[in-house]
Design a protein around this ligand. Structure first.
Ligand code: ATP
Ligand code: MN
Length: 462
């Protein structure tokens, strides 16, 4: 008989059939006449109940069937009399694949804290919570590709190892094959990188944008979707050292086209998750966050408010609210400021534009006022910044001037500047932090709980 996934058993046409299921035991209970096993195979948040008639099975046979063990059962799928499930399997055969010693299996009991489960990251996908989160994460990844592919964007793979250190987005992880305890030195006494693997210093990328611009100015519209690495020592519930980013980049888009795309894009992803992961989202809502579904619907049904950074700062200054970090024109907004605008002032997602040029990257298009750039940050309830983007400076001279002012080493940038030297066009793009989107959609509160194996300062165990 062919194996059926548990997710397919709940199809009404299945009742009355002989089925073959395989999975991991969540619980076993019962008495000497009948034993009930809740089985999960990862295909759905739902368990299937398996009923063992103890006239047919022996105690000895059932003994290894403990929480965490893996089994194979065949039997008849019937409507269930019991509460809480629509159908169950009357077991005919039982095969044990692997036992899980109750004395040592770490997930023996229910109701572990998320902190405890972070220490058990190798096993936590077997819990209801992480099963749900990881299924939602997978669906969102698919939705992202679907959205861009349907719009005619091309998926561009940008390098993870890079020699340009000019993004300014954060500290980088160096990549080297030089022996750290016996570094080759030049005559002047500095490290001789000509002897390194690539013949120059290299690091893991903080963003695929610069290469993305090369793609956009050839293919018209591209998106990247890959890991990025930031060696900042920021231990917050919203920062990872290794996270996934989606970076669309579009020729002939100005900042309002860019905002329209960002809004349509995140709404599409949220809609997709609600339509395709409803059981998982309902489970997470019930466990952690009763407001979850209404918050998702709320984002879907509201136009995002668009205003300038300058207007935003005025609102914050007039709010009379005591912030941990004081706010004034020219300061970078903290998540408390962003959340105030979204959650308390507008009660809608917000897109802030035209930030002071001093706090934004060199490549953003300069406004005529000489002090702001055409940046846009999308701010969400619970999260703060979920997207950062801009229209790009396409004018070679203006871009060069900014590069000089900031002292960015030109020799690393020649290939990027060629986009402005040969057939330059107005263009725009943005970066969405994938885990911030997953945080929002799942209602989880710590970014370490929405990626299978989180990398944070001091933590790379699993
Ligand atoms: P923040 O101000 O929140 O630290 P940022 O302005 O440094 O973020 P960008 O360089 O604009 O971030 O990156 C684009 C997007 O990537 C952000 O809007 C956010 O969603 C996500 N992101 C940035 N840094 C991290 C991180 N360390 N961990 C997870 N996601 C991140
Ligand atoms: Mn940003």
């Amino acid at each position: 008989m062919k194996r059926t996934k548990i997710s397919d058993l709940f199809d009404p046409g299945m009742t009355g059939h002989e089925v073959d299921v395989k999975g991991w035991v969540r619980t076993r209970r019962g008495n000497k006449h009948v034993q009930f096993v809740a089985l999960n195979d990862g295909s759905t948040i739902k368990n299937i109940q398996i009923v063992f008639d103890m006239n047919t099975f022996t105690d000895e046979q059932l003994k290894p069937v403990t929480t965490g063990s893996s089994i194979h059962v065949t039997g008849k799928l019937v409507e269930s009399m019991g509460k809480g499930q629509t159908c169950e399997i009357q077991a005919d055969t039982l095969e044990i694949y692997g036992t899980a010693d109750p004395e040592t299996y770490p997930l023996q009991k229910k109701g572990h804290t998320l902190e405890f489960l972070r220490e058990k990251a190798h096993l936590r996908p077997r819990t209801n919570t992480f099963g749900a989160v990881l299924r939602v994460r997978s669906a969102l990844a698919f939705a992202i590709h679907k959205f861009f592919q349907e719009k005619g964007f091309y998926y561009l793979n940008t390098p993870l190892i890079t020699a340009s250190d000019c993004e300014g987005a954060g500290a980088m992880f160096q990549v080297t094959t030089l022996p750290l305890n016996d570094l080759p030195k030049t005559e002047e006494g500095s490290v001789d990188y000509s002897r390194d693997f690539f013949g120059k210093p290299t690091a893991l990328t903080v963003s695929g944008q610069l290469e993305g611009e090369l793609g956009a100015t050839a293919l018209g519209a591209i998106y990247t979707f890959g890991p990025t690495f930031r060696a900042e020592n920021s231990n917050t519930p919203r920062h990872l050292s290794e996270f996934w980013m989606i970076e669309p980049e579009m020729a002939f888009y100005d900042i309002s086209d860019n905002m329209d795309l960002a809004e349509e894009f995140v709404k599409y992803c949220i809609r997709y998750a609600l339509d395709n992961c409803r059981d998982d989202i309902d489970f997470l809502a019930q466990m952690y966050d009763p407001e979850l579904v209404s918050r998702l619907e709320f984002v879907l049904h509201n136009d995002f408010v668009r205003l300038t950074y300058t207007e935003g700062v005025e609102i914050l200054e007039k709010s009379g609210k005591k912030f941990e970090f004081p706010v004034s024109w020219g300061t970078d907004l903290q998540s408390e400021h962003e959340r105030y605008l979204v959650e308390e002032h507008f009660k809608k997602p917000v897109i802030l534009t035209d930030y002071p040029r001093e706090i934004k990257a060199f490549y953003m298009k300069q406004n005529d006022d000489g002090r702001t750039v055409r940046a846009m940050d999308v701010l969400f309830p619970h999260i703060g910044e979920i997207i950062g983007g801009s229209e790009r400076e396409e004018n070679y001279d203006k871009l060069m001037k900014r590069i000089d002012e900031l002292g960015i080493p030109m020799k690393d940038m020649w290939w990027y500047l060629d986009t402005r030297r040969f057939g330059t066009v107005p263009h725009s793009g943005f970066g969405l932090g994938f885990e911030r989107l997953v945080l929002f959609v799942t209602g989880m509160t710590n970014i370490r709980d929405v990626i299978p194996f989180p990398r944070t300062p001091g933590n790379a165990e699993f």
